[in-house]
Design a protein around this ligand. Structure first.
Ligand SMILES: [Zn+2]
Length: 96
């Protein structure tokens, strides 16, 4: 199945230019137990619907970014840098 993905640096391109890495997951603390690390490394939620995922623009600018994609129809809703996700989280928590 082919669709287009929006690189925050280059704009819309064919998905064949990109490599899918994983859905976005919170990294466990360095001292987390073995089961937390196993879950982080090997298991995925594989949601039906919207999820935020890591993508690499392999055949373009070589950037890693996040995309919110609907897994049911491969609709790309938005793409953004990880730093923007962090900033949005801080804004929601009332930090600046
Ligand atoms: Zn790019």
């Amino acid at each position: 199945m082919s669709f287009q993905l929006n690189c925050p640096n280059c704009g819309k391109r064919a998905v064949s230019e990109f490599t899918f890495k994983s859905e976005l997951k919170n990294r466990p603390a360095a001292d987390a137990d073995f089961s937390e690390w196993t879950d982080y490394v090997y298991f995925r939620e594989n949601n039906m619907g919207r999820q935020i995922e890591w993508w690499h623009h392999r055949s373009g600018c070589q950037s890693w970014f996040l995309a919110e994609r609907d897994t049911l129809n491969n609709t790309d809703h938005r793409s953004f840098w990880y730093e923007d996700l962090e900033q949005n989280s801080k804004d929601k928590d009332g930090e600046s």
